[in-house]
Design a protein around this ligand. Structure first.
Ligand code: NAD
Length: 264
């Protein structure tokens, strides 16, 4: 057990199970003595999150569907009552109707677009509004993105547009909140097999492609995104804000297929 996060209190949003990126970051932070609260979406996931939270000594486990302002208000009201202050938030939430995570982006209907952008982008802003009020000694807000924000990835479609907007919101909020000592960053993670990833068409192919073509010639592990998340919410990254940090075994620098990679 380390002490890097001793005395720090943070909220982790987006744990669905022990393969969630949110859980990878929570585990790394808890192992460094950080105190955690969790939010979950819906009672079914709540039953999964409760024992995970208990395993890291957390008893603040709250429902929060991020499409509902009243639910976000209620979660932060409870945190204010219990803790009075907050040092960091991990926002690891994204969603798009999987019917539109295949085929062409150009065919996305308005409703599907708005819902994907609401959950996957605006929710981070809504959370920042509430969280920043509790960050009296500064703080760190962290979200999760993907390379599909910067380049066209097959099937990622409307999520790519949502992540591009999310990354832009990181830069705007970093500027808005910087004078209060609040840092805002994103981790752009390589593909990891999670519940959310299951919705993306041909995800196994994407995993293989990244494994063969990334500079490290493998996929990133949940624990590695956890370690980068720990850095972003800790004081080790005190000079870093507005950043989109790639944790993808280097895949984002590659311009062409690895000529020695086997066919998939
Ligand atoms: P996951 O399924 O474990 O987590 C996604 C979470 O979003 C779930 O806990 C789900 O309950 C939550 N969520 C969805 N809609 C919500 C709503 N309306 N209100 C509250 N919560 C809601 O999958 P994950 O891969 O750990 O995803 C976490 C984040 O990481 C997402 O933003 C995802 O886009 C991003 N990401 C994932 C990968 C990957 O390959 N898995 C790569 C890069 C970025």
């Amino acid at each position: 057990q380390g002490t890097l996060m001793k005395g720090k209190k943070g909220l982790v949003m987006g744990v669905a199970n022990d393969r969630s990126i949110a859980w990878g970051i929570a585990s790394a932070v808890a192992a460094q003595g950080g105190e955690l609260a969790f939010t979950y979406q819906g009672e079914a996931l709540g039953k999964r999150v409760q024992p995970l939270a208990e395993s890291v000594g957390s008893s603040l486990v709250l429902p929060c569907d991020v499409t509902d302002d009243a639910a976000i208000d209620a979660a932060f009201a409870t945190i204010e009552k219990e803790w009075g202050e907050l040092d960091f938030v991990v926002h690891a939430i994204g969603w798009a109707d999987k019917q539109f995570l295949r085929g062409r982006y150009v065919d996305t209907p308005r409703e599907a677009f708005l819902k994907a952008l609401d959950i996957s982008c605006y929710s981070f802003t809504a959370v920042a509004q509430r969280a920043s009020k509790l960050m009296k000694n500064g703080g760190s807000l962290l979200t999760l993105s993907y390379l599909g924000a910067e380049r066209v990835m097959p099937h990622y479609n409307v999520m790519g547009i949502a992540k591009a907007a999310l990354e832009a919101s990181v830069r705007y909020m970093a500027t808005d909140l910087g004078r209060d000592g609040i840092r805002v960053n994103a981790i752009s993670a390589g593909p990891i097999k999670t519940l959310a990833a299951n919705g993306i068409g041909d995800f196994r192919y994407i995993l293989k492609w990244n494994q063969y073509n990334s500079p490290l010639e493998r996929n990133v592990a949940l624990e590695e995104v956890g370690g980068a998340g720990l850095y972003m919410v800790s004081d080790l990254s005190s000079g870093v804000t507005g950043e989109v940090h790639h944790v993808d075994c280097g895949y984002h620098v590659v311009g062409m297929k690895n000529p020695t990679a086997p066919d998939i």
